[in-house]
Write a protein that binds this ligand. Sequence first.
Ligand SMILES: NC(=O)c1ccc[n+]([C@@H]2O[C@H](COP(=O)([O-])OP(=O)(O)OC[C@H]3O[C@@H](n4cnc5c(N)ncnc54)[C@H](OP(=O)(O)O)[C@@H]3O)[C@@H](O)[C@H]2O)c1
Length: 252
Amino acid sequence: MSKVAIITGATGGLGKEFTRVINSYGDIDEIWIVGRNQEKLNKLKKAYKKTVPICADLSDDGLEIIKEKIKAEKPNVRLLINNAGIGYMGEYEKMDSKEVGNFCNINCTAPAVLISVVLPYMHEGAGILNVSSASSFQPNPYLALYSASKIFVKNLSRALYCELKPRKITVTAVCPGWIDTEMLPKEMNGKKVKYTGMISARSVVKNALVDNRKGKDMSTPGWFSKYFRVYSKLTPTKLVMRQWTRIVKKYI
Ligand SMILES: NC(=O)c1ccc[n+]([C@@H]2O[C@H](COP(=O)([O-])OP(=O)(O)OC[C@H]3O[C@@H](n4cnc5c(N)ncnc54)[C@H](OP(=O)(O)O)[C@@H]3O)[C@@H](O)[C@H]2O)c1
């Protein structure tokens, strides 16, 4: 039975780095890389021998494609990395209802469903990494749906950490601050955007995999995420939201 790692959003900044690192793991035979962009998936396939591309749109019927493959092949899933995610900075009312639905499908439904599909194929020592964000530490106006989706992912992850501990499956919520990937626009509203404490995908992935292996329920790479986690706990939420709004408003 093949020992498999599944990575969603494998074609993006963080996903590519997860793929690169896991490709060198001796105890993984195949990496199922999930993304929408076939060209990018093909490039990864060429670069990393163990990869098996799965072209799937997680806002649509992509989950069914992955579900069918898992049911047909019954792999031994050693790692599930729920990494695919989209972000939107701006006024909530500017998103139409279809965009809102798709957003929730990608950021919330996909990780929740994939965990339930994969769990019967996981055994002792397996790991689940759910990529949340430091945006999950408080609600963020003008990033409202994104921060709500990341709160969903973090809370699901932490609760499952407890539920799955007896099965010796570690569930880790990965909560980085800003990461230098294509997700972040360099400029908004004609202004260069400043990302305080931005870190590399390499450092996020390294920390996340080590934390999961160490049995941790949370991974907070970089000083910003660690600081913000504590700050948002100690400061009234209304004040944190006001401070955030003041910063973000100039870009909208
Ligand atoms: N960048 C940051 O500052 C930051 C900070 C904290 C947390 N995060 C989280 O980190 C994760 C990875 O983000 P990233 O920075 O690497 O972003 P990215 O470079 O934009 O990559 C996003 C990935 O998600 C995939 N994706 C988007 N829509 C999809 C859909 N409908 N169906 C299937 N896949 C879809 C993309 O695949 P295709 O290209 O093939 O469409 C891509 O592989 C996300 O969950 C994000 O929220 C990012």
